[in-house]
Ligand binder design. Sequence first.
Ligand code: UTP
Length: 302
Amino acid sequence: MECPIANAVVPVAGLGTRLLPATKSQPKEMLPVARKPIVQYVAEELARCGVRNLLFVTGRGKAAIENHFDPDPALTRTLRAAGKTDLQVALDFERLGLNILYTRQSVPRGLGDAILHGESFTGREPFIVALGDSVIGLRGDSLACRRMAETFVRRRADVVIAVREVPRDHVRFYGIVVSDGDGDTFRIRTLVEKPSTQDAPSRLAVAGRYAFSPRIFGLIREVRPDRRGEIQLTDAIRAVAEQGGTVLGVRLGADEKRYDVGNMPSYFETFLDFAAADPDHGPRVRSHMRRILRRYSNEEGR
Ligand code: UTP
């Protein structure tokens, strides 16, 4: 089914410093989450939502992402000769039906700046932004982006943000929204970037998926760099809300947890969750986990 918003921008140009040394010479978006690099789940999720055109905003050291999505005739021939049709199908990204394009953010000046690189791609059309280091739902099969696009069109919104409740001691990792009302869709009055546990206005966290009208570009241009020299997307969204624009939150469902590989603990948790849910190897992984947990609880009990 087609998505009412055809274009998606996927920023993948960040340095990934919180994951060093794993990200010294490979993009964090290529880190494996059980079977696949995380960015593959993102592309598959967008394709399933009916997005047609996907722009990766890449940067220095990110060539592995382009190599991953490019067809590889020699590998295909080898797999065919070996009768490995399942792998052949798994690697046939053309079946996703996405037009994949690339542009380059030469200097990683923050998420807001990365999105600006999508301006000539999206033109006057609304667009989705999906962070390349985050996946929604355990199999990456959430249709949240389509729901967001439908809400965007129906409510003539300026911005739609996917949000999900997080534990209070996790609010400091996320953008946290101040909402008007509850329910599945609600108006967002403003948002705060990574507040302390005490200062957080809610536990509703921005979940790495957005829909924007092209109006956002002008507002990103007005954002002043933060003390690290980065242009924060949150600042531009706050400007939309505070100028009376329609900023809506779409609540993710119970099976639409946001998994991300942005920091070590969340990468470890994401990998474990996906490995434990693997259709073939999950049972073995789960019994291994039980063994490990028993060992740790015996040691701790000593
Ligand atoms: P993060 O802020 O988590 O990524 O951005 P980062 O800057 O790589 O992380 P640290 O702080 O150094 O560990 C979320 C997404 O936005 C992209 C990242 O690649 C990631 O997919 N991003 C971030 C850009 O494309 N450009 C930027 O300048 C910053």
